[in-house]
Design a protein around this ligand. Sequence first.
Ligand code: NAD
Length: 266
Amino acid sequence: MKIGFIGAGKMAQALARGLINSGRITADNIIASSPKRDEVFLDQCKALGLNTTHDNAEVVQKSDVVFLAVKPVHVSKVASEIAPALSKEHLVVSIALGITIRNIESLLPTKSRVVRVMPNTPSVVRAGASAFAMGSACRDGDAETVEKLLSTVGFAVEVPEIHIDPVTGLSGSGPSYMFAVIEGLADGGVKVGLPRDLALKLAAYTLLGAAKMVLETGIHPAQLKDDVQSPAGSSVYGMHKLESGGLKGVLMDAVEAATNRSRATG
Ligand code: NAD
C-alpha cells in the first residue's frame, strides 16, 4: 500500500514514523507534500526517508491512501487542487480539526471515499488515541484499513461522526490538559522540596502508571482511587484539596468547552 501526506508537519510526521516503525509500510512507499515556503517540513520528511514533493496532485497520483494533514484553513484549497487527480480507488483520510465529512465530500468528485480522523499528539511517541468516522462512499474494508494504519501510532477506534467533536474535546485536546496536570504536580513537588527534574519525572510516571492501571486492570478508576486511600492517610488529605477545588467538575467543563469550540469551528 502506498501512503501520501498532503501537509508534512507534526501530525503527518508522527503518523509516518509510526507506520515505518511498525514495519507495516516502508519509507519509500510514503510521499509527503508541503509548499516551497515550508521546505523545512520536507527536509524533516526526507530525514525519515520519505519521498517529498511540492505538488499535492503528485501525492494523490502516487498513493492509495491520502492523508489531508494540513491546517483546517487550507483544506478547501488543497481539496480543489487534488480533486482532478482523485479516483474512486483513493481513500482520503482527513485529520483536519472541525472539517466535516460532508464538507470534504462536497469539495471532491462524487463518491470519493472520505474518512475523518481526530488524532492526538502522543501519536508522536506511538501512544496516541484516535477516533475516526467513515464517509458515505466508503467501502467494506476501509474502516479496517484506517484502523490498521492509525493503530501503528496508538489506540484507534471507529465512531459515528457526531462523536468526533466530543472526541476532540476529550482526547484531541486532552494532552494539553494533562501537561498542565503534570506541571502542577511537579510544581507541588518542588514546593515541598524535591528537585525540579525529579519532580517532573515522578509526576509524568504517576500519570502514565495511573493510566496503565485503568487500561490493564479494567477496574473502575473510582475503585482504584479508593484502594490507595487509607483511613486518615496522606492521599485522602490530598484528594480533599483536589475536590475542594472542583477537580472533576473543572475537567468536565474543559471537555465541554473544547467540544463546543470544535463544533463552532465546523
Ligand atoms: P503543522 O503546522 O505541523 O503542519 C501543517 C503542514 O501543512 C505543514 O507541513 C505545511 O507546510 C503544510 N501545508 C500548508 N499549506 C499547504 C498546502 N496548501 N498544501 C500542502 N501542504 C500545506 O500542523 P499539524 O499540527 O501537523 O496539524 C495538521 C492537522 O492535524 C490540522 O488540521 C490539525 O487540526 C490536525 N490535528 C492536529 C493535532 C495536534 O495536536 N497537532 C491534533 C489533532 C488534529
